[in-house]
Design a protein. Structure first.
Length: 159
C-alpha cells in the first residue's frame, strides 16, 4: 500500500513511508520521570513512617521520664505530716537521669515542675532518612511531651 508523501517524510527502499523519528526517545524520558516519581513516593511512605515512629518513641520516652520523676516523694513531709508531695528537685533529677540513659539513642529532652504534684518532660529525636536523602531530605524528627502526677491512695488522688 502506498501512502501519499507529505513534505519532510522520506520513502523507504520499498516505496513506503519510513518510520517517523520525531518520537524517538520519548519512552525513555517517560520511564525516567516515572522512576523518579515512584522513588519519591516510596520515600514518603518509608520515611513518613519513620517520622511517625520517631514521634511515637519520643512520646514513650517522655512518659517514662515523667513517671520516673513523679515517683520522687518528699520523704520529710511524708513522715512528718503524712501528706505525700513530689520533691521537685529530686523529680527533675530523676527525669534527667532517665533522659541521660536514652541520650545515646538520639533522644534529647528537658524536665520541669508542673505544679506541686506533677512534672512535665519534653523529648525530641532526630533520625536519618532512608530514601528521601536522595532528594536532599537527610533527617526526620519527632517530639513528644508528657506530664505525670503523683497519685496516692488506693482509689485515686487524695482518697
Amino acid at each position: 500500500m502506498r501512502l501519499a508523501r507529505r513534505p519532510g517524510r522520506r520513502l523507504g527502499a520499498d516505496g513506503c513511508l519510513a518510520p517517523d523519528d520525531s518520537e524517538r526517545g520519548s519512552l525513555s524520558l517517560m520511564l525516567v520521570l516515572l522512576t523518579v516519581s515512584l522513588l519519591a513516593l516510596a520515600g514518603l511512605v518509608v520515611d513518613g513512617g519513620a517520622k511517625l515512629n520517631a514521634a511515637e518513641n519520643a512520646n514513650a520516652v517522655a512518659q517514662e521520664a515523667a513517671r520516673a520523676g513523679a515517683g520522687m516523694v518528699d520523704q520529710g513531709t511524708a513522715y512528718s505530716t503524712g501528706t505525700f508531695t513530689v520533691d521537685q528537685s529530686q523529680a527533675v533529677a530523676a527525669a534527667q537521669a532517665y533522659l541521660a540513659t536514652v541520650a545515646s539513642q538520639g533522644f534529647t529532652g528537658s524536665a520541669a515542675p508542673a505544679g506541686a504534684q506533677s512534672i512535665r518532660v519534653t523529648v525530641s529525636v532526630t533520625q536519618p532518612t532512608r530514601i528521601l536523602s536522595i532528594i536532599g531530605i537527610d533527617t526526620v524528627s519527632g517530639s513528644g511531651s508528657a506530664t505525670a502526677s503523683l497519685v496516692t491512695g488506693v482509689t485515686g488522688p487524695g482518697r
